[in-house]
Structures are given as structure tokens and as C-alpha cells.
Write a protein that binds this ligand. Structure first.
Ligand SMILES: [Zn+2]
Ligand SMILES: [Zn+2]
Length: 284
């Protein structure tokens, strides 16, 4: 039998990785399971996620991509606990120049068809600038208004556009949501939290050079945290460069737990409660 002292001498990482308490309630709060990358082996991907202790995942849909919406049924069949969100991504804003109302109708229809928990992902991406910035802003603002109208939270994608993102969110009253794949500064974390938003950490948290981000993750209040994969993108260490999948959210969860010096299993429970509080849906 181990002495009680044994636990105290373990490093934070060892505590986080402890199998004394199996993870059973972890939720991948952001992945793209309807992406064609998963079409060939979806059932295997889901089986591995369930074996890793995932209770559910939130599958993000491009509302303006009929081929992706056509795969929703297959995803729901493969994993009945999965839930959906739909929006027009800032990368895809270009064709909606001057037609934000049309985009909103497309998102509204997808929201009903897929019983979405949230509108998203929506936002601004000034890194790639795939669409003109004023068009991105129009579309973001219109979809924020739609989320408020539907009484749903939003999933925000923002890259090198924090000032405009915060300005749009601050103007909208009654908007709630999450900064997905949060990789900003401590000041940006504070601004997000001040707006009532949650912070969702991705595999970036596991990257060796992400020391500053881990400081932010240690600072953020426990009741505003989520984890995600953004699969098939952004695989965590030690899978970098491979196709990411929901099972690997466990790596990010363990890093988050190690950073915060808490156990991974109780943290997974807390994050599942956060998910339920934000999205109004619980895996059990
Ligand atoms: Zn994104
Ligand atoms: Zn995404």
C-alpha cells in the first residue's frame, strides 16, 4: 500500500496523468467531424474518442457548404452524443459581400436543420485575409445579431484582429460565447473574460514554445475554461503534423491540468459543467 505522502511527492504532470481517476466526461468543444478528412474512417475516429473518455464533441459546420451539411447525418449516426454548431467562417465571407442578410438566412436554416447549440464559428481573420476586412466585419456583426436573436452563444474565431473583434462584441448586447482556439495575450484573455466569454484551449497549449499561453491558461478562472482539438487541424504534441482527431483532446486536457496543478479527471468534470453552462446541453 502506498503511504499518503507518496501522492504529495508526485510532480504536477504525474498528478495530471494519474489513472487513479479515469477520464470519462471530457468534451471536445470544437472539431470538424463533418470535414471530408474524416469521411473514410469516421467510425474508427469515434471509437478512439470514446475509448479516450470523451462523452461528446461539438462539431462545427460551414453553414454555406452543402457538401459538409450532407455529412451531418453520417456524423450523428456514428456518434449520437455529438452536437452541432453552424456559421459562415470569416475565410468564406468573400462571396457574401453586400449580402450579409443572405448569409444569416443560410445560417438560420442550418441552425434549425442541425438543432445547433451555438452559432459559429464566426469572426475575423486578418492573418490570412481571405476575404476583405469590411466584408468579414459585416458578416461577423450580422451573425452575432443572429445568435442573440436565437438565444444561442457564439463560437468566435479571431486571428490578428482582436481590436475589431472586441469592438463588435462590446457593441452587441446580450451576446455570450467562447473564444475558440484561444492563443492571445493575457490582456486579450482579460478582455474576453470581461465580456463574459469562455476561453477554449487547443493543442497549441502543448507546443514547447507556448510558455506564455500556458501562463494565460494557469491564470484563467476554472469556470471559464474549455478544451478543443479543432480537428482535423492543429494536432497536439506528440502528434504534430498528423491529422488531428477528438481523442487527442486528452493531451491538451492533461497539459492544462499540469499547468494548473490539478488532476485531469476532476478538471474534465469541471470543463463538462462549463460546457453545459455555456451551451445549455449536458452529455448525461
Ligand atoms: Zn477557427
Ligand atoms: Zn474550427
Amino acid at each position: 500500500m502506498r503511504s499518503p505522502d507518496h501522492q504529495i511527492t508526485r510532480s504536477p504532470d504525474e498528478i495530471a496523468r494519474s489513472r487513479d481517476h479515469q477520464i470519462t466526461r471530457c468534451i471536445d468543444s470544437h472539431c470538424h467531424l463533418a470535414d471530408p478528412a474524416f469521411a473514410p474512417d469516421l467510425t474508427d475516429v469515434v471509437a478512439r474518442a470514446q475509448t479516450a473518455g470523451l462523452a461528446s464533441a461539438l462539431c462545427i459546420l460551414s453553414a454555406d457548404e452543402p457538401a459538409e451539411l450532407a455529412r451531418v447525418e453520417a456524423v450523428a449516426r456514428a456518434w449520437p452524443a455529438v452536437r452541432f454548431a453552424a456559421g459562415v467562417h470569416p475565410h468564406r465571407a468573400g462571396p457574401f459581400a453586400g449580402r450579409a442578410t443572405e448569409a444569416v438566412e443560410i445560417v438560420r436554416r442550418a441552425s434549425v436543420a442541425c438543432s445547433v447549440l451555438a452559432v459559429g464559428e464566426v469572426g475575423l481573420d486578418y492573418h490570412y485575409d481571405f476575404a476583405p476586412r469590411p466584408v468579414q466585419r459585416d458578416l461577423f456583426e450580422a451573425q452575432v445579431a443572429l445568435a442573440v436573436d436565437l438565444g444561442r452563444p457564439i463560437i468566435v474565431h479571431t486571428r490578428e484582429a482582436s481590436e475589431d473583434t472586441f469592438a463588435i462584441l462590446a457593441r452587441a448586447s446580450g451576446v455570450r460565447g467562447v473564444m475558440h482556439c484561444f492563443s492571445g495575450t493575457l490582456d486579450e484573455a482579460r478582455q474576453s473574460l470581461d465580456l463574459g466569454f469562455y476561453l477554449s484551449f487547443s493543442g497549441i497549449l502543448t507546443f514547447p514554445k507556448a510558455g506564455t499561453l500556458r501562463e494565460v491558461a494557469a491564470y484563467a478562472p476554472e469556470d471559464r475554461l474549455l478544451v478543443e482539438t479543432d480537428a482535423p487541424f492543429l494536432a497536439p504534441v506528440p502528434y504534430r503534423g498528423k491529422r488531428n482527431e477528438p481523442a487527442w483532446v486528452a493531451r491538451t486536457l492533461e497539459t492544462l491540468a499540469g499547468t494548473r496543478q490539478v488532476g485531469a479527471a476532476p478538471l474534465a468534470d469541471r470543463l463538462a459543467r462549463n460546457f453545459a453552462e455555456l451551451f445549455g446541453w449536458s452529455a448525461r
